[in-house]
Structure formats: C-alpha cells, structure tokens
Write a protein that binds this ligand. Structure first.
Ligand SMILES: [Zn+2]
Length: 256
C-alpha cells in the first residue's frame, strides 16, 4: 500500500505502527440494518438543522456500531459551529486520555465560514473518521492512530456499510468533505494523524500532529498548532478499557 509522504520522517517504532495500520483495510459490521435506520435519522436531524437530534442520532449510530464490534463506547458531542480560531477548520476530533475518563468524539454541524449545515455525507464521514481513531486504539490495539491508506479504507468501509444506498446516491457535492480529506492541504491525506492521541484533536487536513509522546518533533509541529498532549495514550488501562477485548476482533477485520 502506498505510504504517505510523512512516512519517511517517522522513526522505526512509528513506522511499525504505520505499517500495522496499513494492513487492515476494512472492518465488517454484522447486522447493519438497524444502523441504516440510525443513519437515516441522522440525515433527517441534520437536514432539520436540529443539533440535539443530530447528537442523539450520532450517538445512537456510534453506540450501535461499537456494540457490534464489542468495543468500549465513546461519547459523541455535536456542536454548532466549527471553531474559527485555527488555521485550519476543525471538522471533528477524538479525545481520550489524560484527565478524560471516557473517550469523546466531537463533531460540528456548521462550517465556520458560511455557517452552513454540513452536508450529511460529509458529516457522517467525519464522524466515522473519528470512530476509526477510536477503533485503532481500542480494537486494533495500535499504539498510535495514523492517517494511513489503510485507515482511510477502514473509514470508507464503515461508511459504505452504515449508509443506506439511497443516502449514498447522488453527486458528492459536499463542502470540504471531511476532516482529513483535506481542507485545502497539499497532501491532505498524507499528514500524520493529528488528533491521534488521547486528548488530542483531529484537525481538518490532518494538521501533522499525532506523533504523540514526542511533541517537540518537527513533524509534529507541521500542522501549525502546538501539541499539548503528552499523556501516554495507553489509557486503555482505565476501567472502561478493561471491557475492551484483549485481542483485535479478528473476525471483523480484513487484512491485506
Ligand atoms: Zn483524523
């Protein structure tokens, strides 16, 4: 599988993690019909510009998905308008570790610029992108969660499974598509996972962070903002994480 440009800046340990990430190309979900129902509710809530209902539907969808994979749950927050105080617009983020006892996914309903409600498919892709970060840690047991070709394939495989055909149809006339799809970055999908670590965020265009534990590494700073996470990620040691499976749930994974 093609390596993204930042691969050559990774050290041996990081490359090993990256390579592991690349090997899993899809995650299969059993019994997806109820997830289609959740996705449909999500589309309706988003279309109605109803933040509370969007959050409820998003949480339900993610709960159902993780339950099927026997992975610890994650809390989902849907906020109104994307923050603007950043160089790149934030679409979603995944946080876990540090003082945070439960993993949290945050997604935004509206673009910062025009304040339009994010298109359904963009929104769902962003949500699932963050879910894949969670799965990287809690299911694949990766030490870090990089944006690799395998990562994007996993995210897309989830998207294809949870989205009813009628909602997948039609042109993809979305705004910025999704977080790491690259709001305007030269190599949007090439940067290291930004939010990859606990207590970190997923910035749009993968702000080149994510080399957790080495916040001072130049590559880490490539995305602009300072990285503040330093908590060793294996927060998986927390009580909640004990519910997570010891080993990756191999039956759900497709390896390349
Ligand atoms: Zn990401």
């Amino acid at each position: 599988m093609k390596k993204f440009g930042y691969y050559k800046k990774l050290n041996a340990r990081q490359r090993r993690i990256y390579d592991q990430s690349d090997t899993v190309t899809s995650i299969r979900l059993p019994a997806v019909a109820p997830l289609h129902d959740s996705a449909t509710r999500l589309a309706l809530a988003l279309g109605a510009d109803d933040r509370a209902a969007t959050q409820t539907a998003s949480q339900r969808l993610v709960d159902g998905l993780l339950h099927r994979l026997r992975v610890m749950p994650v809390q989902v927050h849907v906020l109104a308008v994307r923050p603007t105080s950043r160089r790149e617009e934030l679409h979603g983020q995944y946080q876990y570790g540090g003082a945070r006892q439960r993993p949290l996914i945050t997604v935004w309903m509206r673009t910062a610029q025009r304040r339009q409600v994010v298109a359904f498919r963009s929104f769902l892709r962003t949500l699932l992108h963050e879910v894949v970060h969670h799965l990287d840690y809690q299911m694949l047991r990766l030490e870090d969660s990089y944006h690799t070709a395998g990562f994007y394939k996993r995210a897309e495989s989830l998207y294809r499974q949870v989205t009813p055909a009628e909602l997948q149809a039609g042109p993809e006339a979305d705004d910025a598509s999704m977080e790491a799809r690259g709001a305007g970055r030269a190599a949007p999908r090439g940067a290291p996972a930004e939010g990859v670590t606990p207590t970190s965020r997923d910035s749009s265009a993968a702000a080149g962070k994510g080399l957790r534990r080495r916040p001072a590494v130049p590559v880490v700073a490539a995305g602009g903002e300072p990285t503040r996470r330093r908590t060793p990620r294996r927060k998986a040691a927390g009580p909640a994480a004990n519910n997570a499976p010891e080993q990756p749930q191999l039956p759900f994974l497709d390896f390349e």
